[in-house]
Design a protein around this ligand. Sequence first.
Ligand SMILES: Cc1cc2nc3c(=O)[nH]c(=O)nc-3n(C[C@H](O)[C@H](O)[C@H](O)COP(=O)(O)O)c2cc1C
Length: 186
Amino acid sequence: MTLNMDSNTTDKIELDSVKCILSTTDLKGNIKYSNRYFSEVSGYSKEELHGSPHSIIRHPDMPKVMFKLMWDRLKKNENIIVIVKNKAKDGRYYWVKTFFETKYHPITKEPYGYLSIRHAAPKKAIREVEPLYKRLRSIEARQGLDASQDYLIRYLMKEGKTYDEYLNEITEEKNIIIDFFKKQIH
Ligand SMILES: Cc1cc2nc3c(=O)[nH]c(=O)nc-3n(C[C@H](O)[C@H](O)[C@H](O)COP(=O)(O)O)c2cc1C
């Protein structure tokens, strides 16, 4: 009997609820550090990840506007959390709640890179963002990034929330794990 070991590219990777996927990048988003769980989940070795742009795990279902929002916030020295769908080397996907932060040199105070900490996205958050991201992707394909950004702004206005309030509501968790890992890395 032969077993077919090929992964179905539409398969979801189930993440360990207590493990985190960590990475740091330079100012251009090239990976400088990744932890072991990053390699385990993505299927890329440390050697493959280091020096590669972080878009190596970009999933085509992710709207551009979410990365624009993330970069805009980081450049303003504002942390941000984004629910991200990522793509492993074998094509499978996994949803993560990702915390992004800019790193500053302790003496010169100049930004030198970024830190990201991910753990399994809560089911409620995935249910919420999946249709929203689909809509944003389709607007981007037809009308471009500005139209997608306008839609996102109007969506949040209709909800009566800032982006951060919206995120807090759909994730409904305290960031205990993030706080813990930030302390380990500093
Ligand atoms: C610290 C850090 C972590 C990132 N993590 C991811 C990630 O997990 N998945 C992803 O698709 N992009 C991630 N990005 C964003 C990518 O650099 C890139 O902006 C995004 O994948 C969009 O790529 P594109 O502009 O080539 O489409 C990260 C960026 C930084 C600075």
